[in-house]
Design a protein. Structure first.
Length: 135
């Protein structure tokens, strides 16, 4: 079995090197997980982003965790069952938007969550601990 992989999905107007992904990837690596984050900035179509993730993860062996923010949260949620993800970590997921699944979750903080990164690191570390060792 290979090391586990945490795959991050960025939001509509962000990128794979955004502040949340960088911070949470460091936490994942400290917990022994490999990390990946595709660049979806070439499209704002959620279905295209979902297809890109499904293709990229088709050959993943070992435990898989998905973490997504905003539009990336929607992509992570949609992909989780199809990919057999061990867990999903959603940050301000794009729900309740026309053409997206309609839900109204309460989210603390502004949409970018920059002021909440220390809390996000703590919560993500706890999430990883509960998922077990990656290998």
């Amino acid at each position: 079995m290979t090391r586990g992989l945490v795959h991050f999905m960025h939001g509509k107007e962000s990128g794979p090197g955004g502040s949340k992904i960088v911070a949470l990837a460091a936490v994942a690596q400290q917990h022994g997980w490999d990390t990946a984050s595709l660049d979806y900035s070439h499209t704002t179509d959620p279905a295209a982003r979902l297809a890109q993730l499904l293709e990229a993860c088709a050959g993943v062996r070992g435990p898989l965790l998905l973490a997504g923010s905003s539009m990336g949260g929607w992509v992570a949620a949609e992909a989780s069952m199809r990919l057999g993800a061990r867990g999903v970590f959603l940050l301000a997921p794009a729900l309740g938007i026309p053409a997206y699944p309609s839900q109204e979750p309460a989210v603390q903080g502004d949409h970018r969550l920059d002021a909440r990164i220390p809390l996000l690191r703590e919560l993500f570390g706890a999430f990883l601990s509960r998922r077990g060792a990656p290998a």
